[in-house]
Design a protein around this ligand. Structure first.
Ligand SMILES: Cc1ncc(COP(=O)(O)O)c(C=O)c1O
Length: 388
């Protein structure tokens, strides 16, 4: 029998928990009604939706009435980022972010820029964090309305200084948007929860073993949100369209489990470090992102393989049974280096070889020592084969 496949791509997506699948199947059997309907069928679906809203709100330190369910993280950020710049006739102010943000933030910022909003880019350190001193300097120039900062970078796993950035932004009257999608259930939340620091926070169920097709935009009470779509009163009119209560119930179960998964992820750091040590010992491999203890999510190691085009290496590893990513999923098939890699290494020409073969290993919290040994053996086999 061939050895079981190893799925080290948990930052891309995660397998839904069995309890999630079961709860969703039960909901599709019993609570399939339209949550906006007043009859019993509708009320059953509404009850699931309301319960899920409370569970999600609790996760980020918010209130159920301030949670908007969306199709995922991308849609949630699209809604959140536009609001501070809506309804303007005069100067539109600036959005400040670092180029290591996910495409769902960067692309909206670029769209806003085309529509008269000033786009300011904060510097990025070699370790892969937003440069807080530069954020302060850019805020001091005035005019910034919104600062977007991710909690954890999806490629390198580097944890971002969201508390410091939020403090600086608020001191200058800017609102703060946090993409917490790669942080939840994997690294400890900031003191008081995400909404103690951010005005808006986005989540995606599929990164925490929930279903695809649902995410959430959570805001502080009173924080203005403007709908992108028009057409109905669902989700307070902020995200019109009939809601899927089964997806919401699966999301709620995944959120509850995310509280427990923190400790399991922490335990993976040791195995991740073993994989990293083996990669470092391989000729022509460099690790991207701050490797100091506690600087990264515990399950991620991002490495560049000199001389390897990323798609070829990822395909070769896949054929041997190891699933990893060459970049963020939204970037797949795009030949240029990702904005995160460019931001970290663009100013260092000696390091440009790192753009060639970046590979992200993102381990499950259940990783075993045998799986890591097996993954190391596969990487070595593939690299050696190419050399001979
Ligand atoms: C940091 C980050 N933000 C946003 C997203 C997009 O989320 P979704 O796939 O739910 O739209 C992802 C998914 O890869 C991500 O890693």
């Amino acid at each position: 029998m061939p050895p079981p496949r190893i799925y080290f791509d948990w930052n891309s997506t995660t397998p839904p928990l069995r309890e999630v699948v079961e709860a969703m199947a039960a909901a599709y059997e019993d609570a399939w009604g339209n949550p906006s309907s007043v009859h019993l069928e509708g009320r059953k679906a509404r009850a699931l939706l309301d319960e899920a809203r409370g569970v999600v709100a609790q996760l980020v330190g918010g209130k159920a009435g301030d949670v908007v369910f969306t199709s995922g993280g991308t849609e949630a950020s699209n809604i959140a980022l536009r609001a501070p710049f809506a309804h303007d006739v005069g100067p539109r102010g600036a959005i400040l972010l670092a180029p290591i943000e996910h495409a769902s933030i960067l692309a909206v910022a670029e769209h806003l820029e085309k529509n008269g909003v000033e786009l300011r880019q904060a510097k990025v350190t070699r370790g892969g964090t937003i440069d807080v001193d530069d954020v302060r300097a850019q805020l001091a120039r005035g005019g910034v309305r919104l600062v977007a900062v991710q909690a954890v970078n999806g490629e390198t796993g580097v944890i971002q200084p969201i508390v410091e950035v939020a403090e600086a932004a608020h001191a200058h009257g800017a609102v703060v948007h946090v993409d917490a999608i790669q942080a939840v259930g994997r690294v400890a939340p900031p003191p008081g929860g995400f909404l103690a620091h951010a005005d808006s926070v986005v989540l995606a169920a599929h990164k925490i073993r929930g279903p695809k097709g649902i995410g959430a935009l959570c805001t502080r009470p009173g924080h203005p949100v403007v709908p992108v779509l028009r057409g109905g009163a669902q989700e307070r009119g902020l995200r019109p369209g009939t809601q899927d209560a089964a997806l919401a119930s699966g999301f709620a179960i995944a959120v509850r489990a995310a509280g427990i998964s923190l400790a399991h992820y922490q335990a993976v750091a040791r195995l991740r470090d073993r994989l990293q040590a083996a990669l470092v010992a391989t000729n022509g491999v460099g690790i991207n992102g701050d490797v100091a203890e506690g600087a990264r999510a515990p399950h991620v190691v991002h490495a560049s393989f000199r001389g390897w085009p990323s798609p070829e290496l990822v395909a070769a590893l896949d054929l041997e049974g190891l699933a990893v990513s060459g970049g963020p999923a939204c970037h797949a098939g795009v030949p240029e280096p990702s904005s995160t890699m460019t931001a970290m290494w663009g100013a260092h020409p000696d390091e440009h070889w790192r753009f060639e073969g970046p590979v992200r290993f993102s381990l499950p919290p259940s990783t075993t020592s045998d799986e890591v040994d097996h993954a190391i053996a596969i990487v070595r086999r593939v690299i050696e084969r190419e050399r001979t």
